[in-house]
Design a protein around this ligand. Structure first.
Ligand SMILES: NC(=O)c1ccc[n+]([C@@H]2O[C@H](COP(=O)([O-])OP(=O)(O)OC[C@H]3O[C@@H](n4cnc5c(N)ncnc54)[C@H](O)[C@@H]3O)[C@@H](O)[C@H]2O)c1
Length: 250
C-alpha cells in the first residue's frame, strides 16, 4: 500500500507513543516523514527507524513546538529537505493532573502553550505550503478528556483538549475550500508513556469503566489517524473521531 507515495507527512510528538506509531504507519503508506519532538534522541530514533523499515526519506527536528521562532525554522527545514507538508499530525502534548484548586498559573500557561498554542503555530506555519499542493490533511490529537471534561486528567488538560476540538472545527471551515481537511481523533486512555502520571489504581478504574473493559491500544489510535490522512477520507472534515471503545457514545 503506497497511498501516500510522493507526499510529505509531519508528525509532532513523534519521538514516542502515538506520534511514533502514526509516523510508522504513514511511512508504510509511502510518505516522506518529518519527525518533530522536543526529545532530540527520541526524534532521531523514530526518523531513523522509519527510514530503515519503510525505505522513505525522513528528517528529525528537535524543537519545542510552543516556540513560534523554532516552529518557523522547522517549517523552513522541512520544506527545504522534504518539500511542502501534505499531512500534518499534531500529536505533541503533555498531561498533568489536578483540580482547579491545585493548578498553578504557571502550569495552566504551560499546558495551553504545549497542547493548544503549538497546534495553532505549527498549523499556521505549514498551511501556505500545503495550500500550494493538491493534497492536505490535518489531524489533531485531542482526547476523550476534551469531550467530557476529563475523567482523571487535570482541569487544564481537559480544557486544552476541548479547545482543540473548537479550533479544529473552525480550521475545517477555513481550509475546506482549499481541498484541505481538518479533523480530530479523541482517544480513550491509551497505553503509552503519558499515562505513567496516573496511579495503578486510576488506570485499573479507567479500564473497568470502559464498555470494552480495557484501555486503547496505541495502534488503534494510529489506525484512526492514518485513515483520516488517507485519500479515502477526502470528504471527512471537522470530524471528531472517538477511539474510545464506546465510552462517550455521542
Ligand atoms: N496516551 C493517552 O492516554 C492519550 C489519550 C488521549 C490523548 N492523548 C494525546 O495523544 C498525544 C500523544 O500522546 P502519547 O500518549 O503518545 O504521549 P507521549 O508522552 O508518549 O508522547 C508525547 C510526545 O510529545 C512530546 N512533547 C511534549 N512536549 C513537547 C513540546 N513542547 N514540543 C515538542 N514535543 C513535545 C514528548 O517529548 C513526547 O514524545 C498527546 O497530545 C496526548 O495528549 C493521549
Amino acid at each position: 500500500m503506497a497511498e501516500l507515495s510522493g507526499r510529505v507527512a509531519l508528525v509532532t510528538g513523534a519521538a514516542g507513543g502515538l506520534g511514533r506509531l502514526a509516523a510508522h504507519r504513514l511511512a508504510e503508506m509511502g510518505a516522506r516523514i518529518a519527525v518533530v519532538d522536543i526529545d532530540a534522541d527520541g526524534a532521531a530514533a523514530t526518523a531513523s527507524e522509519v527510514a530503515v523499515q519503510h525505505g522513505v526519506p525522513s528528517l528529525a527536528i528537535a524543537i519545542d513546538v510552543s516556540s513560534s521562532a523554532a516552529v518557523e525554522e522547522m517549517r523552513a527545514a522541512v520544506e527545504r529537505e522534504l518539500g511542502p507538508v501534505n499531512v500534518l499530525v499534531n500529536g505533541a502534548g503533555i498531561l498533568m493532573l489536578g483540580s482547579i484548586l491545585d493548578v498553578t498559573e504557571e502550569e495552566w500557561d504551560l499546558m495551553m502553550a504545549v497542547n493548544l498554542k503549538s497546534v495553532f503555530l505549527v498549523t499556521r506555519a505549514v498551511l501556505p505550503g500545503m495550500m500550494e499542493t493538491d493534497y492536505g490533511r490535518i489531524i489533531n490529537i485531542s482526547s476523550l478528556a476534551g469531550k467530557v471534561g476529563g475523567v482523571m486528567a487535570g482541569i487544564h488538560y481537559g480544557t486544552s483538549k476541548g479547545a482543540l476540538l473548537s479550533f479544529t472545527k473552525a480550521l475545517a471551515r477555513d481550509v475546506g475550500r482549499h481541498g484541505i481537511t481538518a479533523n480530530c481523533v479523541c482517544p480513550y486512555t491509551a497505553e503509552t508513556e503519558m499515562i505513567s502520571k496516573f496511579s495503578d489504581q486510576q488506570v485499573d478504574s479507567m479500564r473497568d469503566m470502559n464498555p470494552m473493559r480495557r484501555l486503547a491500544r496505541p495502534e488503534e489510535v494510529a489506525a484512526a489517524i492514518v485513515f483520516l490522512a488517507s485519500p479515502g477520507a477526502s470528504f471527512i472534515n471537522a470530524e471528531m473521531l472517538d477511539v474510545d471503545g464506546g465510552f462517550t457514545a455521542d
